[in-house]
Design a protein around this ligand. Sequence first.
Ligand SMILES: O=c1ccn([C@@H]2O[C@H](COP(=O)(O)O)[C@@H](O)[C@H]2O)c(=O)[nH]1
Length: 278
Amino acid sequence: MESFGTRLHRAMVERGPLCVGIDPHPGLLARWGLADDVQGLDRFTRTVVEALGDRVAVVKPQSAFFERFGSHGVAILESTIRQLRDAGSLVLLDVKRGDIGSTVSAYASAYLDPSSPMYVDAVTASPYLGVGSLAPMFELAAEHGGGVFVLALTSNPEGASVQQARAADGRTVAQTVIDEISQLNRGATPLGSFGLVVGATIGDTGHDLTGVGGPLLAPGLGAQGGGAADLRTVFGASLASVLPSYSREVLSAGPDVATLRAAADRVLADCRAVLPAL
Ligand SMILES: O=c1ccn([C@@H]2O[C@H](COP(=O)(O)O)[C@@H](O)[C@H]2O)c(=O)[nH]1
């Protein structure tokens, strides 16, 4: 079975290094002329799948915007995941899960076991109960060709006070996460299956990402103020592993399918101008 890293690398070569998030904010639903209800949610997500599912490397549904509609929203999330997989994009579910290891096992089954209704190619995970507590996710991902993106240096301004605090050995908390994920990817080519989330808004923090060996998901572009040019400052020598991620910047171009596609093409061109060819 092919690893997630191999599948992701191929998707980035064939479709370009771009992840587009599905974040159906109430304001976006209104802007698209849709009601803030499950019907509006369903129409919104179907339009995004139609516009982008067959052309973008990775689509990242944000679970929170589905969960707020309860079981009906979760049913639409499951359906969206299936539609995206059928359309050929990789699905990264942004759920930022993390807990004690025995509970992480259940999260792993929910998202990374192919028999689960919510099975996706990769998930986001939070390391703040210790990177080791995420081991059940790493193991199930490795077994079934899945991936896990662990929060390292997030795009929000509040993140730095925790992530850039120093641990007992003098490294920042983020650097300890970076180092543990690098170990998991050792020897994997062309790309490891275990990624990090590093915001495009954080500037040059001096963290060493060169040994990660896995994908570096870069949110914070567009609506949060980051631009493609910032990728150079944040990622320096690691630019080749960057997967830029945009949500509102692209979604606000809807509901017209052609306009959504044009917005995705535009941000991809901006990123290609900065990132090395794969
Ligand atoms: O550090 C992080 C980690 C995750 N996110 C998520 O990405 C999108 C960003 O949406 P935009 O509309 O492009 O701002 C959203 O789902 C966040 O929860 C992040 O922004 N930063």
